[in-house]
Design a protein around this ligand. Structure first.
Ligand code: ATP
Length: 500
């Protein structure tokens, strides 16, 4: 209404001024345009005012509804979330017992683990309207716009629920840390603080007597960055961890996304789950999709194990590059990767899955290990072994070419991280130390000492197995890919070093 009156007055003023003469009209037009833009910004229509995403219900447009059965693994997270949602499903009973409504649930975990899927399934489970937004949609240069958009989000959710005759609405805010970061940390902190304050005000305004019950589900992969006021009881007072899936979880997710895809008889999803340690649900979905794309490109009717193996590499490292490295580089990379592989195999037999020599993404080659099982804890010996594997690449280069290359930078970073982990777990000569109290200099000296010792050991190990290293690197240069089994054969066939 206010908008129509303003527009009418504006038009009347323009006609009046138009009668006064055109030369006087120009500055007025410019002023009117500026005022109009300010008005729209205040309304949140400009500057990133993307509409909030709705989940379809009853055959409307938007995202299709999904259920918890479409989410693989995450059994604990699903159970915890469903338990929390039961308060919303049985809101009458909860109200009779005087239980205050649940206002916010926080889903915390790494990207691509299914947090958005969980929130969408929560909406289906509770028959709620679902409205999704992302923290970055509230970040504006202009003070007050973010807060205005928060108000819009809540009122749109309630309106939509009334329109569809539903008793509840779920508002999903992804990247919650962007708008809910600790107050006073941003340079333009006034605007951030206003937005966060508005979210808190809206959440505090949720009462059992409302016609539409609103539940806010936030998702973040950095819960440590959130303002403590958000996590206070009565706001996001339940946190559900949504972690990377374990082997069983990966198997389940693969099975879900394999539906509708013709898999050849040689595909073993158990093995694929074992080979994909560290993959998120999004990686696994992409893996099956890439496998299908490869099959199509090769004119195959079914997706075979070969396509999926190639797809694992692609998801991990990116598209194959056409540019072929120089021959000297290829030779260096072949020895480097075989250095990693032999150290891995000698320390933990059966641990190498495959070694590849083909440029992909930013890597010229790589060695992939199969973890025995998803570990929760590491012993000192296991961490030392991992350090050895990291150092094996550069050690092999030194042994064969008497020099190192920049290809080992990433390996060294990983080795230093592992050494620091050992120190902080009380596994070094420093004994038990506190991260806060121990000086950086001392940490540096101790990690240097650990790495020096491991480096000497790795060099000696590779020198002892020099024949196997040569044979495997030569074969890799020819074949471009060696399986773990082939490397084990070559190790066995090579003359065994005199016992140490
Ligand atoms: P982000 O933190 O990056 O927003 P997210 O945790 O919200 O990620 P989703 O958007 O839910 O992740 O997942 C992305 C896609 O990955 C999904 O559409 C789905 O295809 C797949 N996916 C992720 N996790 C699972 C899972 N547990 N089960 C089945 N599919 C999954």
């Amino acid at each position: 209404m206010r908008r129509e009156v303003t527009a009418g007055l504006g038009l009347a003023a323009l006609v009046f001024l138009g009668l006064q003469g055109l030369h006087q009209l120009l500055p007025v037009l410019v002023l009117a345009a500026i005022l109009g833009m300010v008005f729209l910004m205040a309304q949140g229509r400009l500057a990133g005012g993307r509409p909030f995403a709705l989940q379809a219900s009853g055959g409307q447009g938007g995202m299709p509804p999904i259920g918890f059965e479409a989410i693989g693994g995450q059994e604990v997270a699903k159970r915890e979330l469903m338990e929390a949602l039961d308060f919303l499903r049985r809101s009458d009973e909860a109200a009779a017992l005087g239980i205050r409504p649940l206002k916010g649930i926080l889903l915390a975990g790494p990207p691509g683990t299914g947090k958005t899927l969980m929130a969408r399934a929560a909406a289906s489970y509770t028959q709620s309207v679902f409205l999704a937004a992302s923290g970055s949609q509230f970040v504006e240069m202009y003070a007050g716009v973010g807060a205005q958009r928060i108000r819009q989000l809540f009122s749109q959710a309630k309106k939509q629920a009334k329109k569809e005759g539903r008793a509840s609405a779920i508002i999903f805010i992804d990247e919650l840390e962007v708008l809910g970061g600790k107050r006073g940390r941003h340079t333009s902190h006034l605007e951030y603080d206003q937005t966060l304050n508005e979210l808190l005000v809206q959440m505090d305004g949720i009462t059992p007597s409302e016609e539409v019950q609103v539940l806010v589900i936030g998702a973040t992969n950095r819960p440590d960055l959130l303002d403590p006021a958000l996590l206070r009881p009565g706001r996001f007072d339940r946190t559900v961890r949504v972690d990377l899936p374990d082997k069983e979880g990966r198997r389940h997710i693969l099975a879900i996304h394999a539906q509708g895809k013709p898999l050849a008889a040689d595909v073993d999803l158990d093995e694929l789950a074992r080979e994909t340690y560290g993959f998120s649900g999004a990686h696994l979905e992409s893996l099956l999709n890439e496998g299908a794309i490869l099959a199509m490109r090769q004119g195959a009717r079914e997706i075979s194990a070969r396509h999926l193996r190639e797809a694992v590499d692609k998801v991990l490292l990116g598209e194959k590059l056409d540019r072929r490295p120089r021959e000297t580089e290829r030779r260096r990379v072949a020895y480097h990767e075989m250095g990693h592989a032999l150290v891995s195999e000698l320390g933990r037999p059966g641990s190498v899955s495959v070694v590849t020599l083909s440029p992909r993404g930013r890597a010229l080659g790589y060695m992939r290990q199969t973890p025995e099982d998803d570990p929760y804890l590491y012993t000192k010996e296991e961490l030392e072994h991992q350090i050895d594997v990291c150092l094996g690449g550069a050690a092999a280069e030194e042994l064969v070419f008497a020099s190192r290359s920049t290809g080992a930078v990433g390996d060294f970073e990983q080795a230093v991280d592992l050494a620091l982990r050992m120190i902080l777990a009380g596994m070094s000569s420093l004994g038990i130390v506190s991260r806060e109290l121990v000086p950086d200099e001392l940490l540096h000296q101790e990690s240097h000492r650990i790495l020096k010792r491991r480096e000497a050991r790795v060099r000696a190990l590779l020198a002892e197995h020099r024949e196997a290293l040569e044979a495997a690197a030569q074969e890799l240069l020819q074949e471009e890919k060696l399986s773990g089994d082939r490397i084990r054969q070559l190790l066995q066939a090579a003359p065994q070093p005199a016992s140490r």
